[in-house]
Every structure is written in structure tokens, then in C-alpha cells.
Write a protein that binds this ligand. Structure first.
Ligand SMILES: Cc1cc2nc3c(=O)[nH]c(=O)nc-3n(C[C@H](O)[C@H](O)[C@H](O)COP(=O)(O)OP(=O)(O)OC[C@H]3O[C@@H](n4cnc5c(N)ncnc54)[C@H](O)[C@@H]3O)c2cc1C
Length: 383
């Protein structure tokens, strides 16, 4: 077997979970990935079937329908969904609650949590996170959408951009400005989809076609004050903590997609014949495959180390940022090599590596762009 999971970290419980995720992704996602890409969405029922086998609840508190677990389960989930499902768009939207819901868990009132989390973890309601704005995504402290307190409501005005699950989410965890300039003026508000004054427009994109990315508009949208997550001006630590979780899971996804590229390229190279021998008989091709394995193994080792540190209670912020960058570059390298090995076939719509190739750049931009994460790592490392 190519680069098997490190037995130092992955026990029978993790491997049983891996088998569950794998079965789900191979049966419920992979056969439909092309059709869903072309349709620009996937059926809502997929949330319920993922919830039914515990995928949506992974890492969430038991009292709301979740299953608390270590960080290796999180890695397994993101990596297997990517490797076996083969669709970044499906992974992103199906799991958008992993960025929308953690701030509710960490900062929401008991009433708010009981009201919204069970439905989200049961796959009945979709959760999204809305931080980025058209005026700027990286510089979160400068966000301009305002929420003005009026009695027992907030009046929200402004807009959000590039929001995953933006068209059909039921609950939006929205970063708003309730106070003065800078990070200390930022709060999080939970906005329900049918709130008057809240509208959405779908966006077409390079990849992640199956994901309903949207621009959100708030025009005097009145949100109950009880939907405030954490106190006023308390959002920044929640948002930053959330980013770390998102980066770890994007990195594991990127590693899974890189592995999918390797799987497909190795299989093709064994079957395809050129100049009287299988493609894999040519040293140049074997070297390309080894180059892919090298990077995937290094990425997985980084991720395993990160998960072990997180489970030990460390907060490896710089290492998380660097691992996300490294994993995205691994995916970029492997997608490029796989399309090249498949030749013309790799360039055709409906071929998995073609889709993954289109999905590389979002991994280098979303959840903190490469340059921003290097800056973060540099600050953390004291450079
Ligand atoms: C498909 C997709 C889905 C997304 N989903 C979500 C979502 O669900 N929720 C959400 O809130 N956001 C989402 N985003 C937004 C994403 O997080 C942002 O695009 C990202 O943070 C970058 O912000 P920006 O696009 O505004 O780029 P900008 O901040 O304008 O930056 C543009 C470029 O300049 C670089 N740059 C910026 N500042 C510096 C600097 N100081 N030094 C050097 N380089 C710099 C950046 O790295 C980037 O390459 C999504 C984006 C995409 C494409």
C-alpha cells in the first residue's frame, strides 16, 4: 500500500472511522461528483445522510448530537472525503458547518446553542460563516458591515462576499461591526436565512462548482439581539480560533486531493502504453510519481504532528498556517503532475484530476491566503 497511515497515531478506532467515511464518499459522492459539478449544487439530502453516520457531528459536543473526538478523526474525515469523494465543492459545502458552527459552540448562549446546533448536526439545517467582504478579506479587522443596536434587535447593513453555502444556508454566522474601528469593534451575529432585508446572489467560479458560493446583502436586516455570539466586540478571538480549525481541515483536504491525483496517475500510468511499454515503464513517469509521494508523505507527517500537538493542548498557530500553505502546494504539484501524466485525458471534463486541478487555487486563497499565512507565521516565529 502506498504511504499507509502512521500506526503511531492511527488506531483501530480511527481506521474504522476511515472506512465509514470512505464508504460514504465512494458511494454517495464520487459517482455523482461530475453531475453535481455541472449542476452547480448537490442534493440537500446528502447533509442528512452524512449526519446519519456521524460525519457532521465529528468533533462537536455530544449534547447537541455531536461526537467529541481527537484531532486525528478530523484529519481522517477531511482527507478521506477529499480522496474518495474527489469533489472540493461537495466537501466545502457539506462541511460548511465546520466553520459556521464552532463560534456558536464557543461563544453562543445556552439558549442559542440548543436552538440551532441540533438541527445543524442532524443535517436538517445548513450553517455558513460570513466574514469576507468585497472590500477585503485578508484584513478582517477592517470589515465594514455594521450592526446597530435598536432595542432588542440589531439593524445589519452591508454585504459579504465569496460565502460557502451562501445560497442555501439556514444559519449564517456573520462578522459585523458593532463598535469602533479595528478588531475590538467586531462582533458575531447569527442571521437566519428568511430574515427580512437579507438577500443573496450566487457566484460562478473557477472550481468548487458543486458548492453554492454567494454574495450576501443586508439592508436594514433586523436580527434579534439574542443571536449575538459572545459579547459585543468579542468576535476576534473566536474568528481567529475558527481560522486555525479551518486551516487544519483545508490542509487535510488538500492532502487528500493530492493523494487522489497520485492514485489516478499511478493507475493510468500502469494501463497506458506508449512506445511499446506501459507509461510507468518510463523512468521520467516513475520519478514524477515519486515526487508526488515525497510531497504527500511530508504533508501527512506535518499534519500528524499538528494533530498530536493539538491533542496535547498546544496551540501551534504558526505550524498550522505553514502546514496549510505546504499542503496546498502539495495539492498544486500533484494536480499538475497528474494532469500531465494523463495527457489529453487529464484535460477532459468529467475526469477527476481535471476537477482537482481547477480546485487548487481556492486552497491557496480561502481560509487565509498564502501570503497572509506566511505573515502570520513570521509574526508568531518572531521574525
Ligand atoms: C470559493 C471560495 C469560498 C470562500 N468561502 C468563504 C466563506 O465561506 N466565508 C468567508 O468569510 N470567506 C470565504 N472566502 C473568502 C476567502 O477567505 C478570501 O477570498 C480570502 O481570505 C482572501 O481575501 P480576498 O479575496 O479579499 O483577498 P485580498 O485580501 O484582497 O488579497 C488579495 C491578494 O493579495 C494578497 N495580500 C493581501 N494583503 C497582503 C499583504 N499585506 N502582503 C502581501 N500580500 C497580501 C493576498 O494574499 C491575496 O493573494 C471564500 C473564497 C473563495 C474563493
Amino acid at each position: 500500500m502506498l504511504n499507509p497511515p502512521n500506526p503511531r497515531y492511527y488506531g483501530t478506532e480511527h481506521e474504522a472511522f476511515r472506512a465509514t467515511v470512505r464508504r460514504f464518499a465512494e458511494r454517495e459522492i464520487a459517482p455523482h461528483a461530475d453531475a453535481w459539478d455541472e449542476a452547480g449544487q448537490f442534493p440537500r439530502e446528502l447533509y442528512k445522510s452524512a449526519a446519519a453516520i456521524g460525519l457532521l457531528g465529528t468533533g462537536f459536543p455530544e449534547e447537541y448530537g455531536g461526537t467529541p473526538c481527537d484531532h486525528f478523526h478530523g484529519l481522517v474525515l477531511a482527507e478521506e472525503l477529499a480522496r474518495r469523494g474527489g469533489s472540493g465543492g461537495v466537501s466545502a459545502s457539506l462541511m460548511s458547518h465546520t466553520i459556521g458552527a464552532p463560534p456558536i459552540v464557543a461563544g453562543g448562549s445556552a439558549e442559542l446553542k440548543a436552538r440551532v446546533l441540533p438541527g445543524i448536526l442532524a443535517g436538517e439545517k445548513i450553517s455558513a460563516l460570513a466574514v469576507t467582504e468585497a472590500g477585503g478579506g485578508s484584513d478582517v479587522a477592517q470589515l465594514a458591515t455594521t450592526a446597530r443596536r435598536e432595542g432588542d434587535h440589531y439593524a445589519v447593513n452591508g454585504s459579504k462576499m465569496f460565502i460557502t453555502s451562501g445560497m442555501r444556508a439556514d444559519w449564517y454566522t456573520v462578522a459585523v461591526r458593532t463598535g469602533g474601528p479595528g478588531a475590538s469593534g467586531v462582533s458575531l451575529l447569527l442571521v437566519e436565512r428568511d430574515t427580512p432585508g437579507f438577500t443573496r446572489t450566487g457566484l460562478r467560479k473557477m472550481g468548487w462548482w458543486a458548492s453554492d458560493t454567494a454574495a450576501l446583502y443586508f439592508d436594514d436586516c433586523r436580527v434579534p439581539a439574542s443571536n449575538l455570539i459572545g459579547g459585543e466586540g468579542q468576535a476576534f478571538p473566536l474568528i481567529m480560533r475558527n481560522f486555525n480549525g479551518e486551516r487544519l481541515s483545508l490542509a487535510a483536504s488538500a492532502c487528500g486531493f493530492a493523494q487522489a491525483c497520485l492514485d489516478d496517475a499511478a493507475e493510468y500510468a500502469r494501463q497506458r502504453k506508449t512506445f511499446g511499454q506501459p507509461l510507468i515503464g518510463h523512468q521520467v513517469i516513475r520519478h514524477k510519481l515519486v515526487d508526488m509521494v515525497e510531497r504527500i508523505e511530508a504533508t501527512r507527517a506535518l499534519l500528524d504532528d499538528l494533530a498530536a500537538r493539538l491533542d496535547a493542548g498546544e496551540q501551534p498557530v504558526a505550524q498550522t498556517a505553514m502546514a496549510k500553505n505546504y499542503a496546498a502546494r502539495t495539492m498544486q504539484f500533484c494536480a499538475d503532475a497528474a494532469v500531465q501524466i494523463l495527457g489529453g485525458s487529464g484535460y477532459m471534463r468529467g475526469v477527476r484530476v481535471e476537477r482537482i486541478y481547477r480546485e487548487v487555487k481556492v486552497m491557496m486563497i480561502g481560509g487565509g491566503a498564502e501570503e497572509i499565512l506566511k505573515d502570520l507565521a513570521a509574526r508568531q516565529l518572531g521574525f
